[in-house]
Design a protein around this ligand. Structure first.
Ligand code: UGA
Length: 433
């Protein structure tokens, strides 16, 4: 199939590559020429394992092309995916401006197109958006009717950053929300080569499935972190506890790892947007409020325990290892390293930070601390170390030789406690020292 994709961010580019892998011809559309130039050189504008290799392959073979001319891309393709950003506004609600402009552009282009065309919403949006803003705008601009003259579908993305290509090629499920059989059959033809279960539902239900999935995953993490703080005081190890809990197949072991909290572009944004939707509907969300509150408590808790246990941090040299919101990405959106570093700075600590991929992005958020690519140098300089992203390299440090350190605080369980015999060490969720 010939497919145009509007928006070449994380979801757009990885969706394009995955669909190219399935044998489709892809045109990526973006308004920023520099971004398209980078993509055409076979390099993704973000770090994600495996993406550059596949991107270069499909650029070379011509399966992936790019353009700034969205209208023409729509004319020469059979379907269009919308993968533009849906950032949060200050009040937590969804900023729909990019969706509105993409829908307007698609509608205008479809006015002159005779063939049946399917528009697929892929970005995470508040329930009601696809059949509301998107359908109404496209119908108004094109003069055509969704469900008969053109297809409208909502197909949420479930990939994780750092595992984007794996998740795109082996999804647990493909959720397809549409209002007509013809569109469903086209979507089924497109995704059946993946061999995953395809769930047919309505567009609004598909939107809600995405929000509910992310909110439940975030709930599992916050729940674990709350249990973790109780375990610490009772003298128990939360990892042992949650291993036992996760063996119940109704619960499963995933997303039960205690840590500094959840970050990223999705969980905080989606939980807030769902809470905001509920508020508009005059509903309380005590559980989701708690999920977000727990996520704010955890970074502060880490710093408070460190100070209570190992002494005041004011004026001390503190190294922060890990700035990305998780390993295998350079993404720092909502990373828990931000509140931890702010809490350290508020206490007057002298902070230096390192990360294998995310220093460049993090500098823009906090410009006034020293960054270093040299892990050994920063460890030699430090008195205290906070580990905030579980990059594998932190597990292989020769900690036994770092006897000059006053303490290592592991916010992600990145280090084998056996290797910490000569160093004062505390890991999140383990008994308080
Ligand atoms: C998440 C979902 O897992 C994807 O299914 C979804 O498609 C994506 O959001 C999205 O909506 O786009 P992602 O944000 O890439 O994916 O990252 P996760 O692997 O889910 O991790 C999110 C955060 O939770 C990270 O900060 C991670 O450190 C934290 N986490 C995760 C924990 O603290 N404990 C855990 O047990 C698992």
């Amino acid at each position: 199939m010939n497919i145009s994709i509007i928006g070449t961010g994380y979801v757009g580019l990885t969706t394009g590559i995955a669909l190219a892998e399935l044998g489709n011809q892809i045109i990526l559309v973006d308004l920023i020429k520099e971004k398209l130039d980078i993509i055409m050189s076979g390099v993704a504008p973000f770090f994600e394992p495996g993406v550059n290799e596949l991107l270069s392959k499909h650029i070379r073979t011509g399966n992936i092309k790019t353009t700034m001319d969205g209208a023409n891309a729509i004319m020469v393709t059979d379907m269009t995916f919308i993968t533009v950003g849906t950032p949060s506004r200050k009040d937590g609600s969804m900023d729909d401006s990019h969706i509105r402009s993409a829908s307007k552009m698609i509608g205008e282009a479809l006015k002159d197109k005779e063939d049946f065309h399917v528009v697929v919403m892929k970005s995470t949006v508040v329930p009601g958006t696809t059949l509301g803003i998107i359908r109404e705008t496209i119908e108004r601009q094109s003069g055509k009717k969704g469900g008969s003259d053109l297809g409208i579908a909502m197909c949420p993305e479930f990939l994780r950053e750092g595992a984007a290509m794996h998740d795109s090629m082996h999804p647990d499920r493909v959720v397809v929300g549409c209002i007509d059989d013809r569109t469903y059959e086209i979507m089924e033809r497109l995704f059946s080569p993946l061999g995953s279960r395809i769930l047919r539902t309505s567009p609004t239900a598909a939107e809600m499935i995405k929000y509910a999935s992310n909110s439940l995953l975030a709930t599992k993490i916050s729940f674990t972190n709350e249990i973790s703080r109780i375990c610490e005081k009772v003298g128990l190890d939360v990892y042992e506890i949650m291993e036992g809990v996760g063996l119940d197949f109704r619960i499963n072991p995933m997303f039960l790892k205690a840590g500094a909290g959840f970050g990223g572009s999705c969980f905080p944004k989606d939980v807030s947007a769902l809470m905001n939707l509920a508020k508009q509907l005059d509903l309380d969300t005590p559980l989701l409020n708690g999920v977000m509150k727990n996520n704010e408590i955890q970074p502060q808790h880490l710093v408070e325990v460190a100070e209570r246990t190992f002494g005041p941090l004011g004026g001390r040299r503190v190294a922060v290892l890990g700035l990305a919101f998780k390993p295998d990405t350079d993404d720092i959106r909502e990373t828990r390293s931000l509140p931890v570093i702010r809490a350290l700075m508020d206490r007057g600590a002298v902070v230096r930070a390192t990360d294998p991929k995310a220093i460049g992005n993090f500098k823009a958020a906090i410009p006034d601390i020293v960054y270093s690519d040299d892990l050994e140098e920063i460890l030699d300089w430090a008195e205290f170390v906070f580990i905030l992203t579980e990059w594998p390299e932190y597990g292989t440090i020769d900690w036994g030789s770092k006897t000059h350190l006053s303490a290592v605080i592991d916010g992600r369980r990145s280090v084998d406690p056996v290797s910490m015999k000569n160093v004062k060490y505390w890991a999140i969720g383990s008994p308080l020292p």
